[in-house]
Design a binder for this molecule. Structure first.
Ligand SMILES: Cc1cc2nc3c(=O)[nH]c(=O)nc-3n(C[C@H](O)[C@H](O)[C@H](O)COP(=O)(O)OP(=O)(O)OC[C@H]3O[C@@H](n4cnc5c(N)ncnc54)[C@H](O)[C@@H]3O)c2cc1C
Length: 170
Protein backbone atom coordinates (compact mmCIF):
# COMPACT_ATOMS: atom_id res chain seq x y z
CA UNK A 1 0.00 0.00 0.00
CA UNK A 2 1.37 3.46 -0.98
CA UNK A 3 1.29 5.82 1.99
CA UNK A 4 1.86 9.52 2.56
CA UNK A 5 1.19 12.12 5.22
CA UNK A 6 -0.70 14.64 3.06
CA UNK A 7 -2.32 13.83 -0.28
CA UNK A 8 -3.07 16.87 -2.43
CA UNK A 9 -5.72 16.30 -5.08
CA UNK A 10 -5.34 18.88 -7.87
CA UNK A 11 -2.29 20.61 -9.28
CA UNK A 12 -3.71 24.06 -9.99
CA UNK A 13 -2.42 27.18 -8.22
CA UNK A 14 -3.86 26.07 -4.85
CA UNK A 15 -2.42 22.56 -4.99
CA UNK A 16 1.01 23.59 -6.24
CA UNK A 17 1.30 26.42 -3.71
CA UNK A 18 0.47 23.98 -0.90
CA UNK A 19 3.00 21.44 -2.20
CA UNK A 20 5.69 24.12 -2.23
CA UNK A 21 4.89 25.10 1.37
CA UNK A 22 4.94 21.48 2.58
CA UNK A 23 8.24 20.92 0.75
CA UNK A 24 9.77 23.91 2.57
CA UNK A 25 8.45 22.63 5.91
CA UNK A 26 9.79 19.10 5.36
CA UNK A 27 6.32 17.50 5.46
CA UNK A 28 5.70 14.27 3.56
CA UNK A 29 3.19 14.84 0.72
CA UNK A 30 2.13 13.58 -2.70
CA UNK A 31 0.25 15.62 -5.31
CA UNK A 32 -2.19 14.00 -7.76
CA UNK A 33 -3.15 15.90 -10.91
CA UNK A 34 -5.60 14.55 -13.49
CA UNK A 35 -4.04 16.31 -16.48
CA UNK A 36 -0.56 15.90 -17.97
CA UNK A 37 0.52 19.34 -16.73
CA UNK A 38 0.35 21.51 -13.64
CA UNK A 39 -1.50 24.83 -13.49
CA UNK A 40 -5.17 23.89 -13.79
CA UNK A 41 -7.07 26.86 -15.10
CA UNK A 42 -3.78 28.74 -15.47
CA UNK A 43 -2.14 28.23 -18.85
CA UNK A 44 0.10 30.49 -20.92
CA UNK A 45 1.11 29.78 -24.48
CA UNK A 46 3.40 31.12 -27.20
CA UNK A 47 1.93 32.34 -30.48
CA UNK A 48 3.60 34.24 -33.29
CA UNK A 49 6.50 35.35 -31.08
CA UNK A 50 4.35 36.58 -28.20
CA UNK A 51 3.19 34.98 -24.95
CA UNK A 52 -0.51 34.82 -24.12
CA UNK A 53 -2.46 33.92 -21.01
CA UNK A 54 -5.38 31.69 -21.98
CA UNK A 55 -7.07 31.90 -18.59
CA UNK A 56 -6.19 33.89 -15.47
CA UNK A 57 -3.99 36.84 -16.29
CA UNK A 58 -4.46 39.62 -13.74
CA UNK A 59 -4.05 40.20 -10.05
CA UNK A 60 -4.21 43.29 -7.88
CA UNK A 61 -2.28 45.17 -5.20
CA UNK A 62 -4.97 44.08 -2.71
CA UNK A 63 -3.68 40.48 -2.97
CA UNK A 64 -0.59 40.79 -0.75
CA UNK A 65 0.04 37.03 -0.44
CA UNK A 66 0.27 36.68 -4.20
CA UNK A 67 2.58 39.70 -4.35
CA UNK A 68 4.77 38.18 -1.61
CA UNK A 69 4.87 34.79 -3.36
CA UNK A 70 6.00 36.41 -6.62
CA UNK A 71 8.74 38.27 -4.79
CA UNK A 72 9.93 35.23 -2.80
CA UNK A 73 9.98 32.98 -5.87
CA UNK A 74 11.56 35.56 -8.16
CA UNK A 75 8.57 35.82 -10.53
CA UNK A 76 8.69 39.28 -12.10
CA UNK A 77 5.56 41.41 -12.15
CA UNK A 78 4.58 44.45 -14.16
CA UNK A 79 1.59 46.74 -14.42
CA UNK A 80 -1.02 46.01 -17.10
CA UNK A 81 -0.61 48.33 -20.05
CA UNK A 82 -3.88 50.25 -20.06
CA UNK A 83 -3.55 53.32 -22.26
CA UNK A 84 -5.61 53.65 -25.41
CA UNK A 85 -8.59 51.46 -26.19
CA UNK A 86 -9.42 47.83 -25.78
CA UNK A 87 -9.20 45.48 -28.77
CA UNK A 88 -10.59 41.99 -28.43
CA UNK A 89 -11.91 39.02 -30.36
CA UNK A 90 -15.14 37.49 -29.08
CA UNK A 91 -16.25 33.86 -28.99
CA UNK A 92 -17.57 33.98 -32.58
CA UNK A 93 -14.23 35.41 -33.76
CA UNK A 94 -15.51 38.93 -34.35
CA UNK A 95 -12.89 41.57 -33.59
CA UNK A 96 -14.05 44.62 -31.62
CA UNK A 97 -12.06 47.85 -31.87
CA UNK A 98 -12.51 51.26 -30.33
CA UNK A 99 -15.03 50.23 -27.69
CA UNK A 100 -14.29 53.41 -25.81
CA UNK A 101 -12.25 52.25 -22.86
CA UNK A 102 -8.96 50.62 -21.97
CA UNK A 103 -8.92 47.50 -19.84
CA UNK A 104 -7.87 46.38 -16.38
CA UNK A 105 -6.10 49.61 -15.41
CA UNK A 106 -4.18 49.20 -12.15
CA UNK A 107 -3.94 45.43 -12.42
CA UNK A 108 -0.70 43.46 -12.39
CA UNK A 109 0.65 40.76 -14.71
CA UNK A 110 3.34 38.15 -14.26
CA UNK A 111 6.34 38.20 -16.58
CA UNK A 112 6.22 35.20 -18.90
CA UNK A 113 2.51 34.72 -18.23
CA UNK A 114 0.63 33.41 -15.23
CA UNK A 115 2.08 29.94 -15.78
CA UNK A 116 5.50 31.36 -14.87
CA UNK A 117 4.19 31.50 -11.29
CA UNK A 118 3.19 27.82 -11.47
CA UNK A 119 6.66 26.99 -12.81
CA UNK A 120 8.24 28.98 -9.98
CA UNK A 121 6.18 27.17 -7.31
CA UNK A 122 7.04 23.79 -8.85
CA UNK A 123 10.70 24.53 -9.59
CA UNK A 124 12.21 22.79 -6.57
CA UNK A 125 9.57 20.10 -6.00
CA UNK A 126 10.82 16.52 -6.45
CA UNK A 127 9.17 15.08 -9.56
CA UNK A 128 8.54 11.81 -7.70
CA UNK A 129 6.02 13.67 -5.51
CA UNK A 130 4.12 15.15 -8.47
CA UNK A 131 1.84 12.60 -10.13
CA UNK A 132 0.53 13.77 -13.51
CA UNK A 133 -2.14 11.90 -15.48
CA UNK A 134 -3.24 10.75 -12.03
CA UNK A 135 -6.95 11.45 -11.70
CA UNK A 136 -8.38 10.57 -8.30
CA UNK A 137 -11.57 8.56 -8.67
CA UNK A 138 -12.70 8.47 -5.04
CA UNK A 139 -11.59 9.29 -1.50
CA UNK A 140 -12.75 7.72 1.75
CA UNK A 141 -13.15 8.91 5.34
CA UNK A 142 -10.34 6.58 6.34
CA UNK A 143 -7.87 8.37 4.09
CA UNK A 144 -7.87 6.07 1.07
CA UNK A 145 -7.54 7.48 -2.44
CA UNK A 146 -8.49 5.35 -5.40
CA UNK A 147 -6.88 6.56 -8.63
CA UNK A 148 -8.30 6.02 -12.13
CA UNK A 149 -5.04 4.27 -13.09
CA UNK A 150 -5.79 1.58 -10.51
CA UNK A 151 -3.31 2.54 -7.79
CA UNK A 152 -4.42 3.12 -4.21
CA UNK A 153 -2.87 5.47 -1.66
CA UNK A 154 -3.53 6.05 2.01
CA UNK A 155 -2.92 9.48 3.55
CA UNK A 156 -3.20 10.91 7.04
CA UNK A 157 -4.90 13.94 5.51
CA UNK A 158 -6.37 14.60 2.07
CA UNK A 159 -6.57 18.14 0.69
CA UNK A 160 -9.04 18.60 -2.17
CA UNK A 161 -7.58 21.49 -4.20
CA UNK A 162 -10.24 21.08 -6.88
CA UNK A 163 -13.47 22.88 -7.72
CA UNK A 164 -16.23 22.08 -5.18
CA UNK A 165 -18.57 20.59 -7.79
CA UNK A 166 -15.88 18.01 -8.63
CA UNK A 167 -15.00 17.45 -4.97
CA UNK A 168 -18.66 16.64 -4.30
CA UNK A 169 -18.45 13.72 -6.73
CA UNK A 170 -15.42 12.01 -5.13
C1 LIG B 1 -11.06 32.30 -18.24
C2 LIG B 1 -10.69 32.56 -16.79
C3 LIG B 1 -10.05 33.74 -16.46
C4 LIG B 1 -9.69 33.99 -15.13
N1 LIG B 1 -9.02 35.16 -14.86
C5 LIG B 1 -8.59 35.39 -13.61
C6 LIG B 1 -7.78 36.53 -13.35
O1 LIG B 1 -7.44 37.30 -14.26
N2 LIG B 1 -7.36 36.75 -12.08
C7 LIG B 1 -7.69 35.88 -11.06
O2 LIG B 1 -7.27 36.13 -9.92
N3 LIG B 1 -8.44 34.77 -11.29
C8 LIG B 1 -8.88 34.49 -12.52
N4 LIG B 1 -9.60 33.37 -12.77
C9 LIG B 1 -9.87 32.47 -11.64
C10 LIG B 1 -8.66 31.53 -11.43
O3 LIG B 1 -8.45 30.82 -12.60
C11 LIG B 1 -8.93 30.51 -10.33
O4 LIG B 1 -9.35 31.14 -9.14
C12 LIG B 1 -7.69 29.68 -9.99
O5 LIG B 1 -6.92 29.34 -11.13
C13 LIG B 1 -8.17 28.42 -9.30
O6 LIG B 1 -7.04 27.64 -8.94
P1 LIG B 1 -7.28 26.29 -8.18
O7 LIG B 1 -5.94 25.67 -7.95
O8 LIG B 1 -8.14 26.51 -6.99
O9 LIG B 1 -8.17 25.39 -9.16
P2 LIG B 1 -7.89 24.86 -10.66
O10 LIG B 1 -7.01 25.76 -11.44
O11 LIG B 1 -9.23 24.52 -11.22
O12 LIG B 1 -7.09 23.51 -10.39
C14 LIG B 1 -7.73 22.32 -10.04
C15 LIG B 1 -6.88 21.19 -10.61
O13 LIG B 1 -7.45 19.96 -10.15
C16 LIG B 1 -7.38 19.02 -11.20
N5 LIG B 1 -8.38 17.99 -10.93
C17 LIG B 1 -9.73 18.09 -11.04
N6 LIG B 1 -10.30 16.93 -10.67
C18 LIG B 1 -9.29 16.10 -10.33
C19 LIG B 1 -9.26 14.74 -9.86
N7 LIG B 1 -10.38 14.01 -9.69
N8 LIG B 1 -8.06 14.18 -9.59
C20 LIG B 1 -6.92 14.90 -9.75
N9 LIG B 1 -6.91 16.19 -10.21
C21 LIG B 1 -8.08 16.77 -10.48
C22 LIG B 1 -7.65 19.84 -12.46
O14 LIG B 1 -7.17 19.19 -13.61
C23 LIG B 1 -6.88 21.12 -12.13
O15 LIG B 1 -5.55 21.07 -12.60
C24 LIG B 1 -10.00 33.07 -14.09
C25 LIG B 1 -10.63 31.87 -14.44
C26 LIG B 1 -10.96 31.61 -15.76
C27 LIG B 1 -11.63 30.29 -16.10
Amino acid sequence: MNQTDIAIVGGGLAGVALAEQLQREGVDYQLFEARDRLGGRIESTDYDGARFDLGPAWFWHVQPRLMAACERLGAGIFEQFSEGELLFEDSVRQVHRGVGFASMAGSLRIEGGASALIDAFARDLPRARLHLDAAVQSVSDRGYLQLMNGSVWQARRIVLAIPPRIAAQL
